[in-house]
Ligand binder design. Structure first.
Ligand code: UD1
Length: 418
């Protein structure tokens, strides 16, 4: 197991390039299951969740090649339609194989993903959607089995705008004859990227990015060539890193328009953010930031995946702010670690009260999940002195070449084997 060692407390400067979006790449890679033809996806980040997807697609019978930002999936023989526990437990997004496999083979069996540290994370919204399209759902030995003699297009209204369920149902409906209307959909930019990719395969998806999505099914989809959108969560993490640690940095190959709500909140707190077509520049507040409260919400609201780094930024504010978490029930596990670094944070259910302190101090800390892990890095860069960050395998799931990128921005960071 590796640790990160960060000596923080000095202002940042420099520039780095943002990777392709993990959360957009995952569904797009699973969409390659919808066709036998060769697909090539570019701007795919090299990280653990993509490796897990590579393993699962290969297990299912795809021939995949992956490297230098490019992911190629071909199909020579027949596919399996069973995703086993050992592959699914590594990554909840494996459930995204279900929609394409059900659409193509009228049956699929996959291990029920368990809860995780940030909450229960059930998949009932996905399953309700598949049922509406004609699938039967049964359970056996911890697996979910979906079968359908015939899938039929229809209307699916999600009880909550789940990102994964919206993606799964879009992919499934793309191969079902007739018009399916999905309502109360998630509107995250990654859903628009998936729709663009599906449409390049010959699907007819309209309205992605809005609450209602219309999918007109086709009988066959073709191979895909697509470059994944930039990672808005990685971008936001580096923006908050600069805002919290101080300094001025430039982030290249990104999409500022996907981060409007975060940029507005940062400006309110006193940071300057200059947006260009595909890059942005962040200049930290002069002195301590102003306290700004945020509440996480589905897009276009404040993203839950940036809640933890935002809390780090606010932990140095000149006053008290609140952070409300409305998406996941247990997503404040970074708070006690930040307290160990000198932050003054109290958690009351889904609300954290953050009283700003003048300075965080380096300490040994631990990552509890992917985004909490990123917050530890932000805190360590902002804190005076040395921090040792443990359990960085959580961070490896979602941040490509992180230590190198931190160095690009002037952070004294290294990765050590223990
Ligand atoms: C995706 C993102 C993740 C992000 C999250 C919310 C990927 C690979 N992951 O996760 O980084 O934090 O969106 O923006 O894109 N829920 C149910 N039943 C369901 C599905 C979800 O109750 O069937 C609940 C979840 O437990 C959670 C909330 O809905 O509390 C949001 O989940 P969802 O939008 O589905 O997130 P994911 O797609 O898992």
């Amino acid at each position: 197991m590796d640790n990160f060692i960060i000596r923080g407390g000095r202002p940042l400067s420099g520039q780095t390039t943002i990777s392709g979006s993990k959360n957009a790449a995952l569904p797009i890679l699973f969409a390659t299951l919808l066709t036998r033809e060769k697909s090539e996806v570019r701007n795919v980040p090299e990280l653990m969740d993509i490796k897990s997807t590579f393993e699962l697609l290969n297990y299912l019978g795809k021939n995949c090649f992956y490297g230098y930002g490019s992911f190629v999936a071909e199909e020579h023989g027949s596919l399996k339609h069973h995703a086993p526990y050992d592959l699914v437990r590594k990554m909840r997004a494996s459930v995204l194989a279900a929609g394409p496999l059900l659409a193509r083979f009228r049956k699929t069996r996959f291990s029920m993903p368990g809860g995780c540290s940030i909450g229960m994370r059930p998949i009932d919204i996905h399953l309700e959607g598949f049922k509406k399209l004609g699938a039967q759902v049964t359970y056996e030995k911890g697996d979910v089995i979906l079968t359908a003699k015939r899938l039929r297009a229809g209307r699916v209204k999600f009880r909550f705008p789940s990102v994964g369920a919206t993606e799964n149902l879009m992919m499934c409906a793309a191969l079902i004859e007739g018009t399916t209307v999905l309502e109360n959909c998630a509107r995250e930019p990654e859903i628009e990227d998936l729709a663009a990719a599906l449409n390049k395969m010959g699907a007819r998806v309209e309205g992605a990015g809005k609450t209602a999505i219309k999918v007109t099914g086709v009988t066959r989809l073709k191979g895909l060539k697509h470059a994944v959108m930039p990672d808005r969560i990685e971008t936001g993490t580096f923006m908050l890193l600069c805002a919290a640690a101080g300094g001025r940095v430039r982030l290249l190959n990104t999409a500022p328009k996907t981060l409007t709500v975060v940029i507005n909140a940062m400006r309110k707190a006193g940071a300057r953010v200059n947006c260009y077509k595909d890059s942005l520049e962040v200049i930290s507040p002069a002195g301590r930031p102003k306290p700004v409260s945020v509440a996480t919400k589905p897009h276009p609201g404040f993203p839950t995946d940036l809640q933890a780094p935002w809390m780090v930024f606010m932990s140095r504010a000149n006053g008290t702010s609140e952070v409300h978490e409305h998406i996941f029930e247990n997503r404040f596990m970074h708070a006690p670690e930040l307290v160990r670094m000198g932050a003054d944070i109290t958690v009351h259910g889904q609300k954290a009260v953050v009283k700003g302190v003048p300075q965080l101090l380096g300490a040994p800390v631990m990552c509890s999940d992917i985004r909490a892990g990123a917050a530890m890095v932000v805190a360590a860069a902002a804190a005076k002195g040395k921090s040792v960050i443990r359990r960085v395998y959580h961070i490896d799931r979602g941040y490509e070449r992180l230590v190198q990128k931190l160095k690009d921005l002037g952070v004294d960071a290294s990765r050590v084997k223990v």
